[in-house]
Structure formats: structure tokens, C-alpha cells
Ligand binder design. Structure first.
Ligand code: A3P
Length: 315
């Protein structure tokens, strides 16, 4: 329920203030064949991750980078908070607990000691991660924590990630969109291939502890999307709460308060917040290549139907 962003803002601001980029080679490391940014995590933390103890009432939010995870997290925290009917005192205590325990905004960020400290956080914990199922701590599945998976069409995700890579001083830059596109298609970006993530998650389509929601569906009708989320986690809100949350979590509102919530990272994160921005960058050949890849990996699957590739990625 609480949110400790101070440590995160401090880390990100410090790295963004560096006038020169770190040597590209040192910005990323590979762990079990997948790239990660050195600025926020380490092989030791990823190794320690399996010791994380999930609780059945944890709210686990999962999304590949740039699918809108910061937006979803804000929405779900507001839903949880309104549904929890916490007193001011309880809210304060929880914020203090997160500060004291030096938590991080992603499950896989921080130092290896974080999983031990997270045991002391009061329920309900809202935990966000970019990891695919095979890297998630087993206890999430064993203890039957509910997972909300965020999906975004692969073209807008790719474009968002391209700008993010080039604007984040702690990530290597790409000389051109074409150079980046090849790496995105081959999974040579942080957190690996989006297609691999989707293929893995497709196997969980019928798992009753997992709900999937699209970025596009939230953009189209946020109240309806939030009602589905609230029903899944068992949050009880009144009609007015939903409308207040829509206002608080609009792109404009989040962008405006981003200095407080995300520090200097806010200017990079809140870029456009629209559906279909890919049209400015994709060439005809790239459209065809992605269509082939999507079909090859996910053609005919339930997940493909859920994502509505033909609606959002139609050239
Ligand atoms: P764009 O780069 O296409 O604008 P993540 O949080 O997973 O890093 O995803 C970032 C993407 O979510 C960015 O997409 C960002 O603009 C978008 N986003 C952030 N807040 C949003 C909001 N309140 N409404 C809609 N989109 C939002």
C-alpha cells in the first residue's frame, strides 16, 4: 500500500546527472542469457531473488519494460489504497516501513539483502516486476499470489523502448532506429526478448491466479479495466473512487507530478502515452518482419487474441 520512491529517485537522479555516459560495456550485464542494467541490479541480486517469500495476498504486477508498468502500478496502488480504507496513521506507518527497509520499485532491483528486508513489510504488498515466469521466484506460484500481467502491442512497446534507451544516460545509445530494431527483434535488449516473454505467458492463460490486461484496453476504457482489476484482487470501491483514480492517473496528471514521484526519470518516462506511435518509425519491411515474427511465435494463441495484434499493429 505504501510507496518508498526516495531511494529510487536518488539513484536515478545521480546516474542521470552524469554528464558523460558510462562506457557502454559496463552499463549492462548478462544473467542466464538475458541483459540487465548495471545501474539498478546485479547478478547477486538476481541470484538472491529465489529467496523472496511471496504471500498469498501479495499483489504481483508484471509487465515487460515499456508496456506501461509505472502507470499500472500507480492505478493498482490507488485501487488497493481506496479499497483498503486505511487510516492516515496506517498509511504513514506503511510508508515509513518501506523507507526504513530501503525498498526498491521493482522486485529485481537493489541489493541482495532486499528479500530478507521485504519480509518485514506489512500486507498487502504491491510488487512490480519485469521478469518472465521462469525467472520469477517460485514462491509466487507456490503460495498462490495473484498476478496481474500487463500486455502492450509489440510495435508501440518497441518504439517506447527505443526512445527510453536513447534518453537514459545509464543505457547504451543506438545510432539509429534500424540498428535498435534488429536488437529488439533478437532479444538483445534489457529483460530479453518481448516475444519470448509472450510465448511463456501464453502458457498461463488459463491459470485462475493470473489476470491479463492490455495497455490499449486501459486507454480505451480505464474505468472498465479498473473494475476488472478490482474484482480480480477483491478490492471494494465505490463508483466515485474509480473516477477519482482516472483523474489522478491520467498521463497528464502523472507527468505533472513526475518530479515528485520519479525525479529526473519522469521527463524520460512520460513520453507520449498514446496508442499507435509506432507508425512514425516502422518501415514496410519492419512491419512485415514483426508480423512474421508475431505469427511464428504466437499465431493462433489465446494470448494473441487477447492482444488484438490485428487491431493495434495493422499497417
Ligand atoms: P511511450 O514511450 O509510448 O509514451 P513503463 O512504465 O513500463 O516504462 O512504460 C512507459 C510507457 O507508458 C511510456 O510510453 C509512457 O508514456 C506510458 N505511460 C506512463 N504513464 C502513463 C499514463 N498515465 N497513461 C498512459 N501511458 C502512460
Amino acid at each position: 500500500m505504501s510507496r518508498n520512491r526516495e531511494r529510487f529517485i536518488e539513484t536515478v537522479n545521480n546516474s542521470l546527472l552524469q554528464t558523460e555516459k558510462l562506457a557502454s560495456k559496463g552499463m549492462l550485464f548478462s544473467y542466464r542469457g538475458i541483459l540487465y542494467p548495471t545501474s539498478v541490479t546485479s547478478p547477486e541480486t538476481l541470484e538472491a531473488l529465489q529467496s523472496f517469500e511471496a504471500r498469498s495476498d501479495d499483489v504481483i504486477l508484471v509487465g515487460y519494460p515499456k508496456t506501461g508498468t509505472n502507470w499500472l502500478e500507480e492505478i493498482v496502488r490507488e485501487l488497493e489504497s481506496a479499497g483498503g480504507k486505511y487510516t492516515e496513521e496506517e498509511m504513514r506507518e506503511n510508508i515509513n516501513a518501506e523507507k526504513k527497509l530501503d525498498t526498491f520499485p521493482r522486485l529485481e532491483f537493489g541489493d541482495p539483502g532486499i528479500y530478507e528486508r521485504m519480509k518485514e513489510l506489512p500486507s498487502r504488498r504491491v510488487i512490480t516486476t519485469h521478469l518472465p515466469p521462469h525467472l520469477l521466484p517460485r514462491s509466487i506460484f507456490q503460495n498462490k499470489a495473484k498476478i496481474l500481467l500487463l500486455l502492450r502491442n509489440p510495435k508501440d512497446t518497441a518504439v517506447s523502448y527505443y526512445h527510453f534507451y536513447n534518453n537514459m544516460p545509464v543505457l547504451p545509445s543506438f545510432a539509429s532506429w534500424d540498428e535498435y530494431f534488429a536488437d529488439f527483434m533478437n532479444g538483445k535488449v534489457t529483460w530479453g526478448s518481448y516475444f519470448d516473454h509472450l510465448v511463456e505467458w501464453n502458457k498461463y492463460m488459463d491459470n485462475e491466479k493470473i489476470m491479463m490486461i492490455n495497455y490499449e484496453e486501459l486507454k480505451e476504457d480505464q474505468v472498465l479495466g479498473m473494475k476488472k482489476i478490482a474484482a480480480f484482487f477483491g478490492f471494494s470501491l465505490c463508483e466515485e473512487d474509480f473516477h477519482t483514480i482516472v483523474k489522478n492517473t491520467s498521463f497528464q496528471a502523472m507527468k505533472e507530478k513526475s518530479k515528485e514521484t520519479h525525479g529526473m526519470f519522469g521527463d524520460i518516462l512520460f513520453r507520449k502515452g498514446v496508442v499507435g506511435n509506432w507508425r512514425n518509425l516502422f518501415s514496410k519491411a519492419q512491419n512485415e518482419e514483426m508480423e512474421r515474427k508475431f505469427e511464428e511465435c504466437l499465431g493462433g494463441t489465446k494470448l494473441a487474441a487477447k492482444m488484438k495484434y490485428n487491431v493495434y499493429c495493422k499497417a
